[in-house]
Design a protein around this ligand. Structure first.
Ligand code: ZN
Length: 282
């Protein structure tokens, strides 16, 4: 089997600092987190940004600072969220892509998200894909429901998305597909040929679905964006969640990918650094 790519989503857009003291809020904290999760076995960092008070932001200068801090602390593959937080406009969600990270997420359809709606209409998806094309960014397709795979096929048929791509199954969001082994197997079976995949289980299912992905030859996403707890009642750190998956994978005879190996598996080019104007924007 291929080496295991561990993605860490250390902060997300919804969890607030009053829920855990371990959330990296500032660009400096994201840099420190990058070094710690790299040492623990991660090869991709999935990036959201916060203001100093913990509120959400998709401000380009803030992303530029975070990208700079992460890159000076590690060789991780840097993947920006284009999902942002519920209620952000599509323009706001796409703006940081101008910093040319190696990867960015594309959520492949709308989904209920608790009492809210995470809106990803076809025009929104086409707009985000156009920005990714402009800045030569590889999408990671976020799949919250089985119909989202059909949406990706439709975008490919239109010619705005090339397939195969790397896919992330986000399972267990209240409103999306439930985090079960049966659902994961159905989704994997429906993938377009040649796609690689990661699973991000929400809450306590993060570990369960990671175990299944390690055995199936898929890849794993962990982190506080998706799960706050290491075990019942015990708050997690990002690095502890990564280290546990790396440890289990090694026990199972599955080596853990370095960022360079992950770039090869995903067909990415050489590691990117923040551009001069990006640093200037910080
Ligand atoms: Zn995210």
């Amino acid at each position: 089997m291929e080496p295991l790519i561990i993605t860490c989503a250390p902060v997300g857009g919804e969890v607030m600092p009053d829920q855990t003291p371990h959330l990296p809020v500032t660009p400096q904290q994201l840099g420190k987190t990058a070094a710690a999760i790299r040492a623990a076995g991660a090869s991709i960092i999935h990036v959201h940004c916060r203001n100093d008070d913990g509120s959400n932001t998709h401000d380009v200068a803030r992303f530029a600072q975070a990208y700079g801090e992460i890159r000076s602390a590690s060789d991780l593959i840097v993947q920006f969220s284009s999902g942002g937080a519920i209620g952000m406009s599509p323009q706001e969600r796409s703006a940081p892509l101008s910093l040319k990270p190696e990867m960015a997420t594309l959520t492949c359809g709308s989904v209920n998200f608790g009492d809210d709606i995470f809106e990803n209409s076809f025009p929104i998806m086409r707009g985000i894909l156009a920005a990714m094309k402009t800045y030569d960014i590889r999408p990671e397709l976020e799949i919250f429901d089985k119909g989202h795979i059909a949406n990706a096929r439709r975008l490919a048929k239109e010619g705005v998305l090339s397939l195969p791509q790397h896919v992330d199954f986000v399972l267990g969001v209240p409103g999306g597909m439930e985090a079960t082994v049966e659902n994961l197997c159905q989704l994997v079976a429906d993938l377009p040929p040649g796609c690689t995949w990661t699973v991000a289980g929400i809450g306590r299912m993060q570990l369960h679905l990671a175990l299944v992905a390690i055995a199936m030859g898929g890849h794993v996403r962990v982190g506080l964006e998706d799960n706050l707890y290491y075990s019942k009642g015990e708050l997690a750190t990002n690095e502890a969640l990564v280290a546990r998956v790396a440890r289990i994978a090694k026990e199972a005879g599955r080596p853990v990918a370095t960022p360079e190996q992950a770039r090869t598996i995903l067909g990415l080019g050489a590691m990117r650094r923040p551009q001069g104007d990006a640093i200037g924007a910080a």
